[in-house]
Design a protein around this ligand. Structure first.
Ligand SMILES: [Zn+2]
Length: 350
């Protein structure tokens, strides 16, 4: 779809040829606004059928998305969406495929991102497919296996940062400005790609009442809300499901802000769930706004509960899932929401 970009901080408007995901006037994050009426999509057969609801570009149709939804073995009303069936074993691929395509379109030779692991793995993979170099800044809590994975899939220069994700993010932004690389990460184009999860969920079961997502940078949360709002406006769904946003008790800036009706404050991450160890979520305020509009809730779960869910997941399904992923099952167990629910199992890079 045709679109333009707007700065969420200063309100500046840019055309789709603006080759940045951050406002160069004020540093604020940009948002994609589509021009024209939103199309009512038919049942999605594969990820690229969703081009109709994405920013227009010359995408290459690599395999991804359309991940399985399986029934929980414990709860009859719970289904699990297995996002680790994507090429780099996490939901990040849905955003990287869009974002790196835009970088290519703008003529960049190199992409850069900050990451706790999965983002860099995915971005490096798509950079390789699109024939580009990648530079990644990894936070100090990233696990060693994720770093091995990044090295295995592409041409990335990896800098391990002495600090958390927020510090890595600052370095990635500086690098992008100084070296002329395209800044990838939890920004507007990734968010557009991640909307596809909610579309697939509603296609798999239009009666879903609750969608449960883990929150790191809150891109998936805000993308889920955006997708549901689009589906409502196009008449694809009549009632918006509730979104349940999950963080660890040891890193819950969004949950605290939601409960206290306050702005998000930075919180030093102290969680073992590295994929959601983000002290200041980039899309946090937008995520909270989405929760309010979707009558959603934000909940934190203990480290112990995620560890137990991870073992149970392996026992019940014979599959590995990372702690951040199974935080959604821990949240379901804690809240036992009414109606049919889908927990997004975001990744399996353990
Ligand atoms: Zn701005």
């Amino acid at each position: 779809m045709k679109y333009h970009l707007e700065c969420t901080e200063c309100g500046s408007v840019f055309g789709s040829s603006y080759n940045s995901q951050i406002c160069r006037k004020c540093g604020g994050i940009l948002e994609v606004f589509y021009e024209g009426k939103f199309p009512r999509t038919n049942k999605i057969q594969n990820f690229w059928d969703m081009e109709a609801i994405m920013p227009n570009s010359n995408y290459r149709h690599y395999y991804l998305g359309n991940t399985p939804v399986i029934k929980s073995k414990e709860y009859k009303d719970l289904c699990l969406k297995l996002e680790f069936m994507n090429p780099t074993h996490s939901f990040k691929d849905r955003g990287s495929a869009i974002e790196v395509a835009k970088a290519k379109e703008y003529g960049f030779k190199e992409v850069v991102c900050a990451s706790t692991g999965n983002m860099a793995y995915s971005t490096t993979y798509y950079a390789k497919l699109y024939g580009m170099r990648a530079r990644v800044f990894i936070s100090d809590n990233a696990n060693a296996d994720k770093i091995k994975d990044i090295k295995s899939v592409g041409d990335a220069t990896i800098t391990k940062v002495d600090g958390d994700f927020t510090k890595a993010q600052g370095l990635a932004i500086k690098y992008a400005y100084k070296e002329g690389a395209f800044l990838c990460g939890d920004y507007c184009y990734r968010k557009e790609g991640q909307k596809s999860i909610a579309y697939e969920i509603m296609d798999s079961n239009p009666k879903v009442k609750n969608i449960i997502v883990p929150v790191g940078n809150a891109t998936l949360l805000s993308a889920t809300y955006k997708a549901l709002a689009e589906m409502e406006s196009s008449g694809k769904i009549t009632k918006m499901p509730r979104i349940i946003a999950v963080q660890s008790e040891k890193c819950q800036p969004l949950v605290r802000a939601f409960k206290n009706s306050s702005r998000i404050k930075y919180e030093k991450p102290d969680t073992m769930a590295d994929a959601i160890a983000v002290g200041y979520p980039t899309f946090g305020e937008q995520g909270i706004e989405g929760l309010k509009r979707a009558a959603g809730v934000a909940v934190s779960v203990s480290e112990q509960s995620m560890a137990s869910e991870q073992k149970r997941f392996m026992r019940d399904y014979g599959l590995a899932a990372e702690l951040a992923s199974v935080s959604t099952i821990a949240a379901y167990r804690k809240l036992l929401p009414r109606g049919e629910s889908v927990a997004v199992i975001t990744g399996a890079n353990v």
